[in-house]
Design a protein around this ligand. Structure first.
Ligand SMILES: C[S@@+](CC[C@H](N)C(=O)[O-])C[C@H]1O[C@@H](n2cnc3c(N)ncnc32)[C@H](O)[C@@H]1O
Length: 233
């Protein structure tokens, strides 16, 4: 691919258009798609509807933010209402969410990234490639986020902050808010799942430059954050 070429990028399950706009700022043809209407201010770059149809088109990069409600480790309390007893209805919904996730994982596209929180082991998702935190990208929050990457390199931190606070209650309701007195929390599922600008900018810059350079991802040479950040929320 030559320098200056515009990439065609699909941001699947992105109503906020945060990453869409970050790629557009760099001159690429990025499009968001979500069942919901876009809240990012650029409806002309957004398809409201099921993303499955769009996956049949050619895309240089596909980045997906599929629903995590029934798969996240943060929902373990609800998946296991009593110790050792699984909520079958919830498990069924989790398997549907997994099927949707796997559409992206198995997609016939050279460069794919999927973003989700740490999943429960029982869901059986493939192992993620990287864990990132917003505070590694200049955002003063912790929110453990997994990336599954195909063809793309791990994201390199852009600005590591040492002072930050938890963005959400990652314990599925068990954490006492009093433990975080004076700290702010994001409320509501839509706001909780909005994307951090610092991470969006890093994805757009690092991944578009990588694809345009024609490089081959060498995961061994990349920053390895799992060991540093694994234990944090
Ligand atoms: C966890 S949220 C991701 C939000 C994203 N981080 C953002 O900033 O907009 C998951 C999104 O997937 C969307 N979604 C679920 N099923 C979908 C489908 N079949 N096609 C397109 N979007 C879908 C939901 O409407 C929801 O907005």
């Amino acid at each position: 691919m030559s320098e200056g070429k515009k990439l065609r990028i699909l941001l699947a399950c992105e109503e906020s258009q945060a990453v869409t706009k970050a790629f557009r700022d760099l001159g690429h043809e990025a499009f968001s798609c979500d069942l919901q209407e876009s809240s990012g201010g650029y409806p002309e770059w957004h398809t409201q509807g099921d993303v499955t149809e769009l996956l049949k088109q050619h895309w240089d990069i596909v980045i997906a933010f599929p629903p995590c409600t029934y798969m996240t480790n943060g929902g373990a309390v609800r998946m296991y209402p009593q110790k050792g007893v699984i909520d079958q209805e919830r498990y069924k919904k989790a398997m549907e969410a997994k099927d949707f996730f796997m559409l992206f994982y198995n997609l016939d596209c050279k460069y794919v990234a999927i973003e989700n929180p740490v999943p429960m082991t029982v869901i059986g998702l493939p192992k993620y490639d990287q864990i990132i935190q917003p505070y590694m990208f200049g955002e003063p929050f912790s929110k453990k986020t997994c990336l599954w990457l195909k063809g793309l390199p791990k994201l390199q931190p852009t600005e590591i902050l040492t002072e930050y606070q938890p963005y959400i209650n990652g314990g599925g309701g068990r954490l006492e808010k009093a433990n975080y007195k004076g700290k702010t929390f994001a409320n509501g599922s839509v706001k909780r799942s909005k994307f951090f600008q610092g991470v969006a900018d890093a994805m757009a810059k690092q991944w578009s430059e990588f694809v345009l350079s024609g490089a081959v991802a060498d995961f061994n040479k990349n920053f390895e954050p799992k060991t540093l950040f694994e234990n944090e929320m």
